[in-house]
Design a protein around this ligand. Structure first.
Ligand SMILES: NC(=O)c1ccc[n+]([C@@H]2O[C@H](COP(=O)([O-])OP(=O)(O)OC[C@H]3O[C@@H](n4cnc5c(N)ncnc54)[C@H](O)[C@@H]3O)[C@@H](O)[C@H]2O)c1
Length: 390
């Protein structure tokens, strides 16, 4: 970043794309930022995550002096990242009378951003949304790239499973505003969760990864990052969104096929993670208590399992897998599950993931130069990969 102004990362897309603004103290002046970037509207509806301090939410709403603003608040988790919440948001937008030219603001973590983005994509067949991520995970990943969605509850082999992001659409934001000062109120566990996606970005960058997108640099910087160093966090968000913007620009709608990963690179570790999140019986030890894993914790475990799978398949080295494990541990994320369903159940849920086609899994695995795709590796290799995290 230069001077006091925000850093701008461009997401260049076929329709022109949009900017990600990364800086400090941006949200209190959101209305002005939106106007200066030409995204303003007569009416604005703000979807607020109740985790964000009330004073910041009020400042965001108050910054839209020139527009009529309505607002509604949500306290969400993966079980309420649902069609029911989507419906509530759609009703809010209908009651607010937002026209096609109006604007939705998604102010919160990745869950709120994903559902609010979907509501914006569906209201009157699509109105603009400005993503204002307030968790680290949402800043470095969820708010950029236009994937929106909700989870579905289903029964797989007789067991209840949460199918992650099973319903959704691509609806690119018109602007993303990442204000790292918002991270000051974030629970430390949530900050650590965001690190999992940063580790993913460093692995995708491979040996050419520079700055905080090199695993060894990220490990070195981790104590300061976890301590909330705002300057370093701003660099991490900028570098991570830059990596994500480049991947998304190369494959906007994840249509790459065959051996070219394209946007699927960003799914590294996620097929494992979605099984971990989807099965009710999974547990991790965090802060001396047993919990169902959060998304970032599941991603950390999924990255380790993907590293092990690459090793088993002979496409990734033991040292790469160790580098991933060391990063996960440096971020003080769980490196093993403390309880889990049996292997067959985990693999069955993996096969339900939407990245599987006709029951054939296509997985992303890490290599020294980044990532590559692997066709269904079979239950034996998958079991060996799972065994290093259970
Ligand atoms: N769309 C995508 O491309 C994409 C990519 C990665 C992840 N995701 C999704 O993102 C979700 C996870 O996002 P998340 O980790 O942000 O979880 P989250 O949305 O649950 O937010 C974490 C918690 O922090 C609270 N919070 C948020 N901002 C805060 C702040 N500034 N101060 C205090 N508390 C705050 C929230 O209320 C919540 O309790 C998952 O559902 C995942 O599937 C989507």
């Amino acid at each position: 970043m230069t001077g006091q102004g925000p850093a701008t990362v461009r997401v260049p897309l076929s329709d022109g794309g949009y900017d990600v603004l990364v800086g400090r103290g941006l949200l209190a002046g959101l209305g002005g930022l939106v106007r200066s970037t030409g995204v303003d509207a007569e009416r604005v509806h703000v979807f607020e995550d109740t985790g964000v301090p009330q004073a910041l939410r009020d400042a965001v709403v108050g910054s839209f002096e020139m527009a009529r603003v309505t607002r509604s608040e949500f306290r969400l988790d993966e079980t309420t990242k649902s069609i029911a919440t989507l419906e509530r948001m759609l009703v809010d937008l209908a009651e607010a009378g937002l026209a096609r030219s109006d604007l939705v603001i998604a102010l919160g973590g990745g869950i709120l951003g994903d559902v609010a983005g979907l509501a914006a994509g569906l209201h009157r067949r699509g109105i603009r949304v400005v993503q204002c991520p307030t968790s680290l995970l949402a800043m470095v990943d969820a708010s950029v790239g236009g994937k929106t969605g909700v989870n579905l509850r289903a029964g797989i082999d007789g067991s209840p499973v949460l199918l992650k992001n099973a319903v959704g659409m691509f609806h690119q934001p018109s602007l993303v505003v990442a204000d790292v000062e918002a991270l000051a109120s974030l629970d430390p566990r949530e900050l650590r969760c965001g690190m999992a996606e940063c580790i993913k970005h460093a692995v995708i960058s491979g040996e050419t990864g520079q700055g905080l997108l090199s695993l060894s640099n990220l490990i070195d910087a981790m104590p300061r990052l976890l301590n909330g160093d705002a300057t370093l966090l701003a660099s991490l968000v900028e570098q991570s969104t830059c990596l994500k913007a480049g991947v998304v620009a190369g494959d906007e709608r994840e249509t790459a096929t065959g051996s070219t990963p394209g946007r699927r690179a960003l799914n590294l570790g996620h097929t494992f993670a979605h099984a971990i999140e989807g099965c009710e019986g999974t547990r991790v030890e965090v802060d001396d208590a047993s919990h169902h894993p959060k998304h970032g914790e599941a991603v950390g475990l999924g990255l380790i399992a993907a590293g092990r799978l690459a090793e088993v398949l002979g496409v990734g080295s033991a040292s790469l897998r160790e580098g991933i494990e060391n990063s996960v541990q440096a971020a003080r994320l769980p490196a093993t599950l403390s309880a889990s369903p049996d292997l067959a159940s985990l693999i069955a849920v993996m096969r339900q993931d939407k990245k599987a086609s006709g029951g054939r899994l296509r997985l992303v695995v890490p290599t020294s130069s980044g990532v590559e795709m692997t066709d269904d590796p079979g239950d034996e290799a998958l079991s060996r990969a799972w065994q290093c995290v259970i």
